[in-house]
Design a binder for this molecule. Structure first.
Ligand code: AMP
Length: 289
């Protein structure tokens, strides 16, 4: 296993990536907030493969940055879990060449920063409704990471389904000229989607948290049996979450690209759920068959 090179200055990162790109390297980027788990690892390993597809050794890179602009004032920015040493080791295991981990958030968002990227349609509703400003922060930091890195391909998880839709819309509308690759959700054996925030859960909450993936799986099973009424599917999922107990933020069934709610679940419609287990807000989703 080789240790990836750690770069903490965005300007130095930009110069290194530009030189690599000018030298013909194909660049694959995985943006993360760190505290890496097996879900991140699947993105990192795929980045290694995607960087190398053209035959030559490409450049597989990751960023680790807990982006303050995507957290609301009452959210968990200050206690978000961090483990840079562990993350670097995992990046090394996945074959990542370089890691950008800005040592000072002001090197990404200097005082006086006043430019924001706002994706309108798909940012609204769902997490956009309960986390005002969240997707503006995500779109802005991802834009900045794209400009610093100029990757050929960037990888994101379907776990954050709305985030992926926001980034696809942004890349399309602003002609970033790169490929966005969505990767399947990696889960614990009992179905819980891996998340850095699972670290917040007590043993009791961890057991209750399985209700999110169960609620989605039950909707998938009901749809496979012929249930198409979105209201009925949503009610059943909501009941499953409330029984956990978990406090429901939203349960929606949407079109996979527009993210607009549907009344009738069609093949490819996506159920998205968000719920609080104790104080921890978790999300999950799955395509309906
Ligand atoms: P985060 O560090 O939470 O910002 O996540 C970084 C990237 O990893 C995002 O593209 C996430 O969608 C993705 N990701 C997080 N959890 C999972 C998971 N369980 N399976 C697949 N991808 C994930």
């Amino acid at each position: 296993m080789k240790t990836p090179e750690l770069i903490t200055e965005p300007a130095a990162w930009q110069a290194r990536c530009a030189a690599a790109r000018d030298g013909g390297a194909r660049i694959a980027l995985v943006p993360t907030m760190g505290y890496l788990h097996a879900g991140h690892l699947s993105l990192l390993r795929e980045a290694r493969r995607r960087a190398d597809v053209a035959g030559g050794p490409g450049l597989a890179v990751a960023s680790i940055f807990v982006n303050p602009t995507q957290f609301g004032p009452t959210e968990d920015l200050s206690r978000y879990p961090r483990d840079l040493d562990g993350d670097l080791r995992k990046c090394g295991e996945a074959g990542i060449d370089w890691v950008l981990a800005p040592s000072d958030p002001r090197s990404m968002f200097a005082p006086g920063h006043e430019t924001w990227v706002d994706v309108s349609g798909v940012s609204q509703g769902l997490c956009g409704a309960s986390r005002p400003g969240h997707f503006r922060g995500v779109a802005t930091v991802v834009t900045k990471l794209f400009n610093l890195t100029r990757p050929h391909v960037a990888l994101f998880g379907e776990k954050d389904f709305q985030q992926l839709a926001v980034i696809r819309a942004m890349v399309r509308d602003l002609a970033f000229g790169l490929e966005v690759l969505g990767m399947p959700i990696v889960r614990e054996p009992d179905g819980l989607a891996l998340s850095s925030r699972n670290a917040y859960l007590s043993a009791d909450e961890r057991a209750r948290a399985v209700a999110l993936s169960r609620s989605v799986r039950e909707a998938q099973e009901a749809t496979a049996r012929g249930e198409r009424d979105a209201a009925a599917l949503r009610a059943r999922a909501r009941a499953r979450l409330e029984a956990a107990p978990a406090r429901v933020d939203y349960v929606e069934i949407v079109h996979p690209e527009t993210l607009r709610p549907v009344d009738v679940a069609a093949p490819g419609s996506v159920m998205l759920v968000a719920a609080y287990v104790g104080a921890t807000r978790l999300i999950d989703n799955g395509r309906l068959p």
